[in-house]
Design a protein around this ligand. Structure first.
Ligand code: SF4
Length: 172
């Protein structure tokens, strides 16, 4: 597995924005490797209809789509290049161990927003979670923009601990 082309991308935004993204074009299509990556990488999300896979590693979003490997959120070019090299090493390692890995073909299923909403206390307007209403908080949980623990009233319910645990499982 080798890099054919590398692009350092700076998203168009305000001048104070220093975020650097990096995209590699590889010399091979990784589609067949995706179920193995799905098994090996924690919280990998496999989308068989692409096919493509997404995951977060060390705080950076990684997307593998055919022969493209895209990674986001670096402070500079050097950090982006180092992380990309690390990802290539990881993918080579998975490829080398492929025969001993059971592929995971289960597609990613996002949590149901309504199921999340049903577990929240429904104290709309208390906004202790930082969102104006439980619906907005549930939406943010689905988008992984917050965590269940941010809803403080939840822990005060008689079955709060169980609800919190269920929410953690659904949004993990
Ligand atoms: S803190 Fe909890 S109960 Fe209050 S608005 Fe947010 S999600 Fe609803």
């Amino acid at each position: 597995m080798k890099t054919k082309e590398m692009q350092i991308i700076r998203p168009p935004c305000d001048l104070s924005c220093e975020v650097v993204n990096i995209k590699l074009t590889l010399d091979q299509d990784l589609s067949e490797l995706l179920p193995y990556i799905n098994r090996e990488v924690e919280k990998a999300r496999f989308f068989p209809k692409g096919p493509f896979t997404k995951f977060v590693h060390q705080g950076h979003n990684v997307t593998i789509d055919h022969d493209n490997l895209a990674m986001t959120g670096f402070e500079d070019d050097t950090a982006a290049r180092e992380f990309a090299a690390q990802m290539i090493d990881m993918l080579r390692d998975i490829e080398a161990r492929k025969d001993s890995i059971t592929p995971q073909i289960k597609p990613f299923e996002p949590p149901s927003m309504l199921a999340i909403l049903r577990l929240l206390p429904g104290k709309n307007g208390c906004a202790e979670c930082g969102y104006p209403a439980c619906m907005a908080f549930a939406t943010a949980l689905c988008r992984e923009e917050t965590t269940p623990d941010a809803c403080k009233p939840l822990a005060l319910l008689p079955d709060g601990a169980a609800r919190l645990e269920r929410l953690r499982e659904m949004t993990a």
